[in-house]
Design a protein around this ligand. Structure first.
Ligand SMILES: NC(=O)c1ccc[n+]([C@@H]2O[C@H](COP(=O)([O-])OP(=O)(O)OC[C@H]3O[C@@H](n4cnc5c(N)ncnc54)[C@H](OP(=O)(O)O)[C@@H]3O)[C@@H](O)[C@H]2O)c1
Length: 324
């Protein structure tokens, strides 16, 4: 069975008045996340490890002790929540009843994607990471964790319009965000890319023609030197999505097909593909797994059963990658 996300309706919450002018209420939507998991087998190849699993249905944390527990004390800021990985992160946080806040350039996209929620569930702030003045301290008030999955295309495209280039997003935007974050933060997870340490070597130099890997590495470096508790996730080539032109009903039908087994490496040697669903899950898991703090991991997914949202299995994967 593939990663499967299915939608169920939830009762309406009362919508409260936004505390800050840029903070917007969203329409409500509830859903249930389903995917697969079980027995473990490890690849001996390099620093890469896979978890093979049997099928299982992952339900809300209340009914599945293996899922990441919901935490009322957690407030997760997602930056890039309208993107391919970001959408899946937000959907999954909502499913886990983890309070979330979005920082978006276009707040209307959040309404279209995630529906309406009360302020206790999902808050939306407007901001562009390229503009330090957009990153007002009120956006970070009470935030305990951050997942940053911003990005743009590696090659010139419509998405570069208004100078939204890799230099501006992956380097300056990440630098601005890191500078604005409160020192009290418990964890920031940054989505980067495999190949960032080898941008001058073929084949990476082709991907890096407009600097995307170089600037991602500069973004990583600023985070590593920030003193903040960080985890960097470097995905391989992304598959499954982005679902950016869909609403959440469609998004939640996303599957990782047969590619559910997870490979995690260190040292930028891993080459391959990874489902966006797996990347989103890796980011959420890293928030709570202590041994990922201050570490960088490459992530791929291949055919086979995967860890689903089982925290213990993810912990073993991250630990095994470090043991090499
Ligand atoms: N594609 C690949 O094969 C691949 C491989 C390895 C790593 N990656 C990296 O993985 C990450 C996730 O990729 P993805 O394809 O899922 O992402 P994506 O769909 O390209 O989404 C990027 C997100 O970043 C936001 N964003 C862009 N510029 C911004 C700015 N100036 N201020 C604030 N937000 C901004 C976008 O918001 P808007 O809606 O406002 O545009 C969108 O939410 C990216 O960092 C990407 O570079 C991709």
């Amino acid at each position: 069975m593939a990663f499967r996300l299915s939608l169920t309706s939830t009762p309406n919450f009362q919508i409260s008045t936004p505390k800050h002018p840029r903070q917007l209420p969203l329409p409500l939507l509830g859903f249930q996340l389903k995917c697969c998991s079980n027995s473990i087998s490890r690849s001996k190849a390099g620093a890469v490890h896979a978890v093979q699993q049997e099928q299982e249905v992952l339900q809300s944390p209340a009914s599945d002790s293996n899922s990441v527990p919901s935490s009322s004390s957690k407030l997760v800021l997602v930056v890039g929540g309208t993107g391919g990985v970001g959408q899946l992160v937000v959907a999954s946080l909502l499913d886990r009843n983890i309070k979330s806040r979005l920082l978006l350039r276009d707040t209307e996209k959040a309404t279209a994607l995630f529906g309406e929620h009360d302020q206790e569930t999902l808050q939306v702030f407007k901001g562009d990471t390229r503009n330090p003045e957009d990153l007002d301290p009120s956006i970070f008030e009470g935030v305990t964790h951050v997942i940053c999955c911003t990005g743009t295309t590696a090659f010139p495209s419509k998405r570069w319009s208004g100078d939204n280039t890799p230099e501006k997003v992956d380097w300056e935007g990440v630098r601005n965000l890191v500078s604005a974050l409160p020192r009290s933060l418990k964890r920031i997870v940054l989505v980067s890319s495999v190949g960032v340490t080898k941008f001058n070597e073929l084949p990476w130099s082709v991907m890096n023609l407009f600097g995307v890997l170089k600037y991602k590495k500069m973004g990583e470096d600023v985070l590593c030197n920030s003193g903040l508790p960080f985890t960097i996730i470097r995905p391989g080539r992304l598959t499954d999505g982005p679902y950016t032109s869909y609403d959440l009903n469609t998004l939640l039908k996303a599957t990782a097909g047969q590619r559910r087994a997870v490979l995690i490496g260190q040292g930028d040697t891993l080459v391959g593909e990874v489902s966006r669903l797996v990347v989103a899950e890796a980011c959420i898991q890293a928030l709570d797994i202590e041994c990922t703090e201050g570490k960088i991991f490459e992530v791929n997914s291949v055919e086979g059963e995967g860890p689903g949202s089982d925290q213990q299995k993810w912990r073993e994967l991250f630990k095994a990658a470090q043991a090499q």
